[in-house]
Design a protein around this ligand. Structure first.
Ligand SMILES: [Zn+2]
Length: 129
């Protein structure tokens, strides 16, 4: 029996809610990496770490349907509603690169840097949410 990672969560609470939902549907699953994420929460989302929900490979498709994972929220430009959107580092990209560089030197994670989105049609920048 092969297992596969279904989703990665930032908090064990979230992971266990989804776990409960899948178990209600008869899909066996388990949560892994919970302790590491509790001990070092600032490493979450870096290098793909975080609380991981594991399921059997054979259940993957069913789980995706139950959780409606395929229905991704479409990213639209708030200015012109264009779908032609890319990622931009923002106007102060140099500052962010310095922050990344300093955090690499000091071994402090830099998860507080959020990228902006850039509309390729009207050239306006916006943040997601
Ligand atoms: Zn736009």
């Amino acid at each position: 029996m092969k297992t596969t990672r279904l989703m990665t969560f930032e908090s064990p609470i979230e992971a266990n809610i989804v776990k409960g939902r899948l178990e209600n549907e008869g899909i066996p699953c388990f949560v892994t990496n919970e302790n590491f994420s509790n001990l070092m929460p600032h490493y979450n989302r870096i290098l793909d770490s975080g609380v991981q929900l594991m399921i059997r490979q054979t259940d993957y498709q069913k789980a995706v349907e139950i959780l409606e994972l395929n229905k991704e929220k479409e990213l639209l430009c708030p200015n012109c509603n264009s779908k032609n959107v890319g990622i931009s580092l923002g106007k102060n990209w140099f500052k962010k690169i310095v922050v990344i560089f300093v955090s690499l030197l000091s071994v402090i994670p830099f998860n507080n840097i959020s990228g902006n989105y850039l509309c390729k049609d009207c050239k306006s920048e916006f943040k997601n949410k």
